[in-house]
Design a protein around this ligand. Sequence first.
Ligand code: DQA
Length: 146
Amino acid sequence: MAALPAIYVLNGPNLNLLGTREPEIYGSDTLDDIASALEDRARELKVEVDIRQSNHEGHLIDWLHEAQAEGAKAIILNAGAYTHTSVALHDAVKAITVPVIELHLSNPHARERFRHRSFIAPVARGTITGFGALGYQLALDAAARL
Ligand code: DQA
């Protein structure tokens, strides 16, 4: 049987702390809760999700390259605070042809000024923000339809 289309779900710094990290902003779901809900939805959509988290910028860049090399169908990227700082991630997204969906649990535009700038947005296919853990489901639905 042919392999299912793969969708990478890449999570950046501090997202390993979801559940206990500022739950009034990010909600009470852990990254494991989000991952198991995504795996359920992926089965329905007949895609495969590869869900990863790293606190290191270079790992995220390597995984973007890997997604391209492995022929991934799409990438969902919550780059955390690197969203607002990383020219290297901007360049990596620009360097690949796999469509990248930028995702944030919170709505950075409704928060501090330093979160208003995204280095990912100009090179992303689209952006989903402000829907908490539900945003991952919305992003997966969008990714599966690309
Ligand atoms: C975030 C928003 C970023 O500003 C923040 O640095 C994060 C999480 C979000 O998912 O809402 O770490 O990407």
